[in-house]
Ligand binder design. Structure first.
Ligand SMILES: *[C@@H]1O[C@H](CO)[C@@H](O)[C@H](O)[C@H]1NC(C)=O
Length: 335
């Protein structure tokens, strides 16, 4: 029996040695479990379902009259900017989150729908809406508010209607992102693979004795979208200290207004055992407003409400290599 027990133990030792330690991000390691990046051509506007819903509506005379004035030049909803319009084309664009009918041509009501829309698991929060009026047989019939997690523009506002239905008064509005360069795409010091602690828009800092505990990478396989992404935890795997990533300038927030901080997080670079302790503190003016403990996780969207003091400082603190955390597509939207 004894030799058999020994060989079993020896096999177990070999098996555990075979669980390779993660090659650190700085050495262009690979994900233990590659997360699925955002597909920016997926989930196009479901035009057919909108058209059939419009056709199911009964035309009422008061809809024609009540909106005559506001449709000419509605003022832009707070927290938004006009992207295009009015035109006679509705968006047919990716990142579609569905639509709702409004009782009038009310851009503020559409903005409210977008602000309160549940986040899409892949795409995150609503970032854009398209409002338009359907005219059926010459009669204004419905007011469509379509929502998107990808900002669209006039280039996809190509759906002018079909049959007896005409698209009119189509306007696109995008949410203002108070986080400057939340996707880190401004970091483009190379064309394939490079990383740094800081660049113009974000600053990474390490505690005493730490090295590259917060950094920004240009490397498409690490990113949720685009080519760049932020990393918390020693890029070289040389220490287990937690770094801090801070927006390069105070946010252009307004005191007393309410905002929502959104971001994507992935901690599937190392093995589940090594990533078990992954954490990120979301900080607003130095105070922790939330801490996430996602464990081993592919890209996941998080959002947390904050109230502005004005010129607020946004930062993220976390990572403890090999429990690395990647962050991407950070947004701060007024709510
Ligand atoms: C992205 O979505 C489109 C449309 O659904 C699909 O055809 C394509 O294969 C997807 N791309 C990836 C990389 O999954």
């Amino acid at each position: 029996m004894l030799p058999q027990i020994l060989s079993t133990l020896a096999l177990a030792a070999v098996a555990s040695a075979a669980v390779a330690k993660a090659v650190p991000p700085s050495l262009r390691g690979a994900w233990y479990k590659p997360p699925v990046a955002l597909n920016t051509t997926d989930k196009f506007t479901d035009t057919a379902s909108i058209v059939s819903a419009v056709q199911a509506q009964k035309v009422t005379a008061n809809k024609v009259i009540t909106n005559a004035a506001t449709t000419i030049s509605p003022s832009t909803p707070e927290g938004y900017e006009l992207v295009f319009g009015p035109t006679n084309g509705a968006n047919n664009a990716p990142g579609y989150m569905g639509f709702t009918f409004l009782s009038s041509y009310d851009v503020d009501a559409c903005a409210h729908q977008c602000n309160t829309r549940g986040a899409d698991a892949q795409g995150g929060a609503c970032q854009y809406f398209n409002i338009w009026r359907a005219v059926v047989n010459g009669v204004p019939t419905t007011y469509t508010c379509s929502m998107y997690y990808i900002v669209a523009d006039v280039s996809t506002a190509v759906n002018t209607g079909q049959g007896n239905l005409q698209v009119t008064l189509s306007r696109g509005y995008k949410r203002k992102n108070l986080a400057i360069d939340g996707g880190f795409e401004g970091y483009n010091a190379c064309s394939f693979f490079c990383f740094d602690e800081s660049y113009a828009n974000w600053v990474g800092t390490s505690p005493a004795g730490g090295d590259f505990d917060a950094s920004i990478f240009f490397y498409q396989p690490y990113a949720h979208s685009g080519n760049a992404v932020a990393l918390l935890g020693s890029a070289e795997g040389s220490d287990a200290l937690s770094g801090t990533l801070t927006a390069g300038a105070p946010l252009n927030t307004v005191a007393g207004k309410h905002y929502s901080i959104g971001f994507f997080h992935a901690s599937s670079f190392s093995s589940p055992a090594e990533e078990a302790a992954a954490f990120v503190d979301v900080k607003w003016n130095g105070a922790t407003v939330a801490t996430i403990h996602p464990g081993f996780s592919n890209w996941q969207f998080f959002q947390f409400p904050v109230t502005a003091a004005g010129h607020d400082i946004l930062s993220f603190h976390g990572g403890a290599a090999p429990a690395w955390s990647f962050l991407d597509d950070i947004t701060v939207f007024q709510v």
